[in-house]
Design a protein around this ligand. Structure first.
Ligand SMILES: N[C@@H](CCC(=O)N[C@@H](CSC=O)C(=O)NCC(=O)O)C(=O)O
Length: 276
């Protein structure tokens, strides 16, 4: 692992690190914020998964998570959203290829060699973090934006013992039946709808649910509302009677201005679960 940069932030340190990834068959870069408490012992960890076109940098610089993370003594990791590099396949559509890993392990065609973001985020990166940083991996929580909201919800519900709390900002909520999800996951995983069910947040909420706190924020003026399908997730929450807070935030769009407006609420939810 190589440290690319370190900046003091709210008394803690915002680092950027890179490493050779076995899962993705390329070098990967991630951001990790360590609060001041990390200087005296392991701290809990919050995952922030980002959306289409993002690198590790977007949420790290625009979500505004560090102030609250410092206050409550929680580390935040910002992984990249896909494998990258000259040898890694890409697509003209920004919703496919580099910047659009969808947090799945691709099994089909040219994508299969590198696009293993599920394994990267659930196995390889946690192991690397545990080995190299003062983190208490028994206390983890997860959040994300858009494609990253889809990742946060689907990973949390597929790994029910790992995360104490889950939240999402404008998540892609119904990847089985949306143009943000269906074409991409079909290319990555194949035509078999059954294989794609474990990557649909609404299906998972209805069939499995989540036993910890869940918070979803969605802007009413989001330019991608028809692709995100928040109504599918809200209906699934209601059908399962899943304890959750689902808020339609009047006037907000899909940008990081929306994310940073509500990040403190999400951080507070996760901090309470992580320090309980
Ligand atoms: N360039 C695209 C818009 C891409 C976009 O809005 N990406 C969002 C995530 S969308 C879902 O995953 C994002 O987070 N962008 C990075 C940022 O810093 O804002 C277009 O032209 O429509």
């Amino acid at each position: 692992m190589k440290t690319l940069s370190e900046n003091v932030s709210f008394g803690g340190v915002q680092g950027v690190h890179s490493h050779a990834s076995t899962a993705c068959n390329c070098d990967m870069t991630f951001g990790l914020y360590l609060p001041p408490e990390a200087q005296s012992g392991p701290v809990p960890l919050l995952w922030f998964l980002s959306g289409l076109t993002c690198t590790h940098e977007n949420a790290m610089t625009k979500a505004g998570a560090q102030a609250f993370a410092s206050e409550v003594g929680v580390a935040v990791v910002f992984p990249d959203t896909s494998p990258r590099g000259d040898g890694v396949p890409d697509a003209d559509d920004f919703a496919m290829g580099q910047g659009a890993g969808f947090y799945v392990d691709a099994t089909k065609g040219k994508w299969a060699k590198h696009f293993k973001m599920w394994s990267y985020v659930t196995d390889e990166l946690p192991a690397l973090l545990a080995e190299n940083f003062p983190l208490d991996m028994d206390r983890q929580a997860i959040t994300g934006h858009s494609m990253g909201g889809h990742g946060a919800l689907t990973i949390a519900m597929n790994l029910p013992d790992r995360f104490r709390s889950v939240s999402a900002f404008a998540p892609m909520a119904n990847t089985l039946d949306s143009d943000w999800g269906k074409p991409q996951l079909t290319a990555y995983l194949g035509e078999d709808r059954e294989k794609r069910r474990k990557h649909d947040a609404s299906v998972l909420v209805e069939e499995r649910g989540f036993r910890g706190p869940m918070l979803i924020d969605q802007g009413t003026d989001d330019q991608f509302l028809d692709l995100l399908k928040p109504e599918a997730l809200a209906s699934a929450i209601a059908r399962r009677r899943q304890p959750a807070t689902f808020r339609m935030q009047k006037g907000y769009d899909h940008s990081y201005f929306f994310v940073s407006s509500f990040i403190d609420d999400h951080m507070a939810l996760h901090a309470e679960a992580l320090w309980a």
